[in-house]
Design a protein around this ligand. Structure first.
Ligand SMILES: *[C@@H]1O[C@H](CO)[C@@H](O)[C@H](O)[C@H]1NC(C)=O
Ligand SMILES: *[C@@H]1O[C@H](CO)[C@@H](O)[C@H](O)[C@H]1NC(C)=O
Length: 248
């Protein structure tokens, strides 16, 4: 007759069996996002993302879609570069963008907007996305940009609606912009932008509130690949930041 296994063995086995469950619970707990309180806000986070990982996987699914990538780099390539170049030329005429500007395009996919910047003479420009596309686009998450504070003179993005944490998306732009630097966002108001979107924006007000370290330069209507509004911000200068802090 075999001896009975001791209690300890049962305990260890049950502990090992419950580890995946504990792990899952832990991940779920730490990553679940509760959208900011006001349900009447003009910025709504879409429900359904239970963890940051599933959100990233969904975003990657669009970015890595071979059919879309093919279209972006062939059929769309020249047409989109021309439209972006036209947008950027307007900003140049307004002295918001210069050939010497160090520029970043956030969520740039295959980097059409970066190519447009380079073609109009803004040579020190780069894109960032979850998947790199050298030499135009480097790898990075817009919720945690891989750049030092005060790196860029100019940042452009048309993927605000993909941000699960709009406050981090904006906070990272303000962190990596130099004081006086310009941020240009193309957004869609009042309509569901994309099935991959993580938020819906119904007015520019929540956006303006998120840019706590910047001033609105201007807002105008544009026709930008399904996005209808261009909002331009300028990060406030250092002495003004200190003055604001001092007056609090
Ligand atoms: C990812 O994309 C593929 C097609 O490219 C699709 O079959 C799959 O269901 C998608 N997965 C998610 C999680 O969206
Ligand atoms: C900026 O670069 C473009 C393209 O290289 C050039 O045509 C233009 O003259 C430059 N502008 C200035 C102000 O240097």
């Amino acid at each position: 007759m075999k001896p009975k296994p001791p209690m300890l063995v049962y305990f260890v086995i049950s502990l090992i069996l419950s580890l995946p469950l504990l792990f899952f619970f832990f991940c779920f707990k730490t990553n679940t996002y509760t959208p900011p309180g006001n349900p009447n806000s003009d910025l709504k986070i879409r429900p359904g993302y239970t963890t940051y990982k599933t959100y990233i996987q969904r975003q990657l699914n669009k970015t890595l879609n071979p059919k879309l990538r093919k279209i972006w780099t062939t059929r769309d390539w020249d047409r989109k570069i021309q439209v972006f170049a036209d947008f950027f030329q307007v900003l140049k005429q307004e002295n918001l963008l210069f050939n010497e500007s160090k520029a970043l395009c956030i969520g740039a996919r295959v980097g059409q907007e970066v190519e447009a910047l380079r073609r109009i003479g803004v040579s020190d420009s780069v894109g960032m996305d979850l998947v790199p596309y050298p030499p135009l686009v480097v790898e990075g998450d817009f919720h945690r940009q891989p750049f030092d504070d005060g790196t860029f003179d100019f940042e452009f993005s048309n993927v605000f609606d993909h941000a699960l944490f709009p406050d981090k998306f904006v906070g990272e732009i303000e962190r990596t912009l130099k004081p006086g630097g310009i941020c240009v966002l193309h957004v869609a108001l009042s309509r569901r932008a994309d099935k991959y979107s993580a938020n819906d924006l119904y007015s520019v007000k929540p956006l303006v509130n998120l840019f706590t370290n910047s001033k609105v330069v201007r807002v105008r209507k544009v026709d930008g690949f399904g996005l209808d509004t261009e909002v331009v911000f300028r990060k406030i200068e250092k002495q003004d930041q200190e003055m604001i802090r001092g007056s609090r």
